[in-house]
Write a protein that binds this ligand. Structure first.
Ligand code: AMP
Ligand code: ZN
Length: 474
């Protein structure tokens, strides 16, 4: 098992990762709220989480990754204010909540497929788990961590010694955070308290409601992730992921209710991805151009160009999106694929006797990823391999291996050459060489040169040897 270190938001340090059970990782990811297409900011988060997931697997860990689908309870204010995003989405499209949930869940996984994001081992919609939510809320009431007020059930944050353990917030920040247009919920005993279960609220239009001991209602967003994580990963979670905007209140509230419920520490490592920004600041669905994977495709970008764009910057730094930057990555990505496809791939076809140099590149690649997931340094190692003195077979083998983490379809680029050489290209080049031989025989040297140039423009180099004319793709 290879060591990996990454920044733990809980301790605010880069730490060596030590799972609860040697060799096994329980990983939870906050999934999308399926009221609209994911924008490419959301997808930055899932791409970088995918790199974490794949690095852990590459390093030899047995990973179980769980993701929820938020199809109820996420209000536009992230706390208990604003409209339910799903209800607003259904209204916008004149459909039911479940219709839009299905449509945008499928759209999300379609985007993930195009971006080579591995589907988590377990994907669980919140609406599947209402009995689990009711169970946890009942237990929190019994233990005295929750109270009923105005018919809603609230979590009492004053019962915890260290509610703000994850964020650097305090009660004072919350006072400042209350927006003028949001009326304060007078049912709350403390400013930071949050709703576990809504029965009576201003959301009369809420479409999905369930019977509960507290009346007909629906769950708050935060309880969903605690329950779904525990349902599939048990009471000890290794890593919890999300975007930095989830640190407060969502993840802070998840810790509060989970640890109050189980009575011990819940999750050891918190992994947060920084935002994708545009010129207006954090990319969101409500302002600026609504950038989706399909829009990038319509503009002629391979979705994997966007994956590479994300990998070239560190997950803990804000990333600024611009078409100019994307164009640069596009050119780099196309060149990388071309260079890769020129390699003669014998990788995987037999035992390769690796040199020490080959092992050294592998170690560098692992070092980059193992050191707080430095994906851009990992890509630099890939370029170093291409430029190196290694044999073509070694290069092809390493690139194939690196691509199990980077997933830029470089393995496909390696195969491209074999297929095209075997099929069309071979027939085309042989015909051109025969035509050139005829031209030379007829002393039409201009035509012979023109054929050589034509082949060269396609990256095909021909050489006249004593055995006849040979060719290769460069
Ligand atoms: P949502 O669908 O709103 O629940 O968000 C899904 C994920 O995307 C969450 O983990 C958010 O933290 C993350 N996210 C939202 N906006 C951005 C952004 N501009 N850049 C990166 N991640 C984001
Ligand atoms: Zn969550």
């Amino acid at each position: 098992m290879q060591n990996i270190r990454f920044f733990n938001t809980l301790t605010k340090k880069v730490e060596d990762f030590v799972p609860n059970e040697p060799g096994k990782v329980k990983l939870y990811t906050c999934g999308p709220t399926v009221y609209h297409y994911a924008h490419i900011g959301n997808l930055r988060c899932y791409i970088m989480e995918d790199i974490l997931d794949r690095t852990l697997r590459y390093f030899g860990y047995d990973v179980k990754r769980v993701m929820n689908i938020t199809d109820v309870g996420h209000l536009s204010g992230d706390s208990d204010d604003g409209d339910d995003k799903m209800v607003a989405g259904a209204k916008r499209e004149h459909k039911t909540v479940m219709q839009i949930a299905k449509f945008y869940t499928d759209a999300f996984f379609d985007d993930c497929r195009k971006l080579n994001i591995r589907r988590p081992d377990v994907v669980e919609p919140a609406t599947n788990c209402v009995p689990e939510f009711i169970h946890m809320v009942s237990a929190l009431l019994e233990k005295g961590f929750a109270y009923i007020a105005g018919d809603n059930v609230y979590f009492d944050t004053s019962k915890l010694k260290n509610y703000y353990v994850l964020s650097n917030m305090n009660e004072q920040d919350l006072m400042v955070g209350v927006r003028d247009d949001v009326s304060e919920d007078t049912n709350k005993r403390n400013k930071a308290d949050f709703v576990l279960w809504f029965t009576k609220s201003k959301f009369d239009s809420q479409e999905l409601k369930w019977e509960s001991p507290w009346g007909l209602g629906y769950p708050g967003w935060h309880i969903e992730c605690s329950c779904i994580s525990m349902k599939h990963c048990g009471e000890k979670l290794d890593i919890h992921c999300g975007g930095v905007d989830n640190i407060f209140p969502h993840h802070t509230n998840e810790i509060a209710q989970s640890e109050a419920y189980i009575g011990h520490k819940w999750c050891n490592y918190w992994f947060h991805v920084h935002h994708l920004n545009d010129k207006n600041g954090k990319m969101s669905k409500s302002k600026g151009e609504f950038l989706t994977v399909s829009l990038l495709e319509d503009k002629g970008y391979d979705p994997l160009v966007y994956r590479m764009f994300c990998l070239q910057s560190h997950y803990r730094k804000p990333l600024e999106f611009s078409y100019e930057n994307l164009d640069n990555v596009k050119a780099a990505y196309e060149k990388l694929r071309r260079q890769t496809s020129k390699l003669v791939s014998e990788a995987g076809k037999g035992v390769l006797n690796e040199t020490d140099a080959c092992e050294a590149y592998r170690n560098k690649f692992k070092e980059a990823l193992g050191n707080d997931l430095n994906s851009s340094s990992a890509i630099t190692v890939l370029y170093d391999v291409l430029k190196s003195e290694l044999s073509q077979e070694e290069k092809a083998s390493l690139i194939k291996e690196f691509d199990t983490v980077l997933n830029l379809d470089l393995d496909k680029a390696l195969q491209e050459k074999e297929t095209s050489v075997d099929n069309e290209t071979k027939a085309y080049v042989e015909a051109k060489i025969a035509e050139r031989a005829e031209a030379k025989k007829a002393k039409d040297f201009a035509k012979a040169d023109a054929i050589r140039e034509e082949l060269l423009s396609k990256g095909i180099v021909i050489k006249d040897t004593r055995e006849g004319t040979v060719w290769e793709i460069q």
